[in-house]
Each structure stands twice: as C-alpha cells, then as structure tokens.
Write a protein that binds this ligand. Structure first.
Ligand code: COA
Ligand code: MG
Length: 290
C-alpha cells in the first residue's frame, strides 16, 4: 500500500513549556510541529505546558504545518488530564507515547472520541513490548484514527540497554520491521531523532539512513536540523525526471494495457508507475509550499 502523499519530511519537537520555541516554530520550515508535553517537560511544568500547547493550537499561525501535541502516557499521573485538554484543541494529531500493543491504541482512540474526526492518532514506537506487536498495532489503523508511527529511538535504547551510536546497528531490524508493519496497513512513519544537533554531517547521514529504510521523514529537535532533513526527504531532480519518464511511457499507445515496459533500457512495472505518481504528488505539494 502507498503511504499518504502529504510531505512530512521534518517534524520538529519542542517543549510546549517553551513559549519562545513555539513562536519560533511558526516561522521555521518544518512540515510538522510537535508540541511536547512528555519527555521534554519537567514534572513541575506539566500543567503549564498543557495549557500552553492547547492555547498555541487554538491561536494558530502555523500555516501549512501540521500541528501535533505529544501527550503523557495514559498510565502516568498527567495522562488523563492531557487527553481531556487536547481532545478539543483542534490539533491535527495527538501523538501518544510508550504504546505496547493494540489495546493502547484502542484506549487512546476511545478517549479521543469527542475530537473532530480530522484529528489523527499518531503512536510512538519506543518500547520493547511493542516490537513483537508491530503488525497488530499497525492493523488497528483499520478501526481507529491511527495513521502514523514515530520511532522513539532514545527510549528504545534505554529499555533495551543498547547503545545509540550514529550507525544505529542494534535498531536496524526494528526500523525495518516498523516500516514493513506500517506500510502493510497504510500507516505513515517518521524516523527517530538524532541527538547530535551540533553535527550536521552526523545528522545528514542518519537522515539518509532513514530515507533508505523507507521513512516518510524524520523527527528533529533543533532548527538547524530542519533544512538538511527537508533536503534528504525531498524527491531529487533525478528522481522526478525518472518519474516523469515512467508516467509518460505508460501513456504511449504502444504501451497501452501493458503491465511491464522498458524505459531508458530498464524494466518498469505498474508498481513503478504508482511510485512515480506518489513522488510527483509529494513534489507538487512541496513546491506549493515554496
Ligand atoms: N524548536 C523551536 N525553536 C528552537 C528549538 C526547537 N526545538 N530548539 C532551539 N530553538 C531555538 C532557541 O530558542 C534559539 O532561539 P533564538 O535564536 O531566538 O534565541 C535558537 O533556536 C537556537 O537555539 P540553541 O541555543 O542552539 O539551542 P538551545 O541550547 O537553546 O536548546 C535544546 C537546545 C536541545 C535544549 C533544544 O533544541 C530543545 O529543546 N529541543 C527540543 C527537545 C525536545 O522537544 N525533545 C523531546 C523529543 S526527543
Ligand atoms: Mg521518550
């Protein structure tokens, strides 16, 4: 199944308790803004951050960017109040942390039943328990608002007692499994963050690894990571030229009704036509954003 065409190259996290960061996010070129109430907010600032996130969404000013609120988990002391507060905020999505299985998705979905239907449910994939249930979690997209996975590699590293190095070796099988599970059920997905926000080369290499694995985009933590991230996850000129050639080739009378054809000396099937159309649609939306 092909993921939604909406560009989600970069998704910027910021602590919802940081008013300056919220104001700045309205001017930054991230495709998605994630107002965090969870890990980036200290316990004593939770209530203030919750109110600030809801107020920021209501105030608007984010333009084409999707605005998402990450809540505290339903098992925490803040979870229920967060869900009640965000349930009428009008955020594009609610991002829920530490999902262990489909029962968590069902519970969050039920709690969001008063939200406008347009509000999606996004899930962090970051617990050891979730790894063996990725398919079941993704499959719940058919009966709930679930539409996107966000990899939480920092929490996964903590739970697994694994080291999060730039190569991310211990996590590569999990990244692949998450992509396959998500794609099987039409769920989009964003890669985890790169903590090295002062080193653009490390960031770019990690973003390219995420692109290779099939992610739609990557979560970022600092403004300096947005432009390189958008660059990595935007279709390249060569990809777009190839997509145009494939789309054109399938319109030629000689190729009418064929499932497999030859374009510039390479085999091309209808599946490549689907990929070409998706790439072109994403590129058109990126171009419309300027
Ligand atoms: N969103 C919006 N603006 C941000 C930002 C973010 N995530 N991170 C930094 N900025 C702003 C700063 O406010 C500062 O603005 P100014 O130039 O107007 O003063 C500017 O970008 C430069 O920031 P800098 O001094 O380089 O970084 P910092 O030391 O202030 O902050 C972090 C570093 C990591 C603490 C900060 O980037 C951050 O909080 N990131 C998000 C963390 C998060 O949400 N984690 C949860 C998910 S993993
Ligand atoms: Mg976390």
């Amino acid at each position: 199944m092909i993921a939604p065409d909406r560009p989600r190259r970069s998704a910027l996290y910021l602590p919802a308790s940081n008013a300056k960061a919220i104001a700045k996010a309205r001017t930054l070129p991230a495709d998605v803004v994630i107002l965090d109430l969870e890990d980036a907010v200290a316990p004593e600032a939770k209530a203030e951050a919750r109110a600030a996130a809801v107020a920021a969404v209501r105030e608007g000013g984010f333009g084409d960017r999707e605005v998402v609120i990450r809540v505290n988990g339903r098992a925490t002391e803040w979870g229920a109040d967060d869900l009640t507060a965000v349930a009428t905020s009008g955020a594009d999505a609610i991002l829920v942390p530490k999902v262990d299985g489909p029962e968590d998705i069902a519970a969050y979905d039920a709690a969001l039943s008063t939200e406008p239907v347009a509000t999606q449910l996004w899930a962090m994939i970051e617990t050891c328990a979730s790894v063996s249930k990725l398919s079941e979690i993704a499959a719940s997209a058919a009966t709930t608002r679930l539409s996107l996975f966000v990899m939480g590699t920092n929490d996964l590293a903590k739970e697994m007692c694994a080291r999060l190095t730039p190569e991310r070796t211990p996590f590569l099988p999990i990244l692949s499994l998450a992509v396959a599970a998500a794609r099987a059920h039409g769920v989009a997905l964003l890669d985890g963050v790169c903590n090295e926000f002062r080193d653009c080369d490390i960031f770019r290499a990690e973003a390219e690894q995420g692109l290779l694995f099939g992610f739609d985009g990557k979560t970022v933590i600092h403004p300096d990571q947005i432009t390189p991230c958008n660059g990595v996850f935007s279709p390249s000129e060569e990809e777009l030229r190839w997509a145009d050639a494939v789309i054109h080739a399938f319109t030629l009378p000689d190729n009418a009704g064929k499932g497999v054809i030859k374009v510039e000396g390479k085999m091309v099937e209808l599946l490549h036509l689907d990929q070409a159309k998706r790439l072109t649609a994403v590129a058109a939306q990126i171009a419309a954003r300027g």
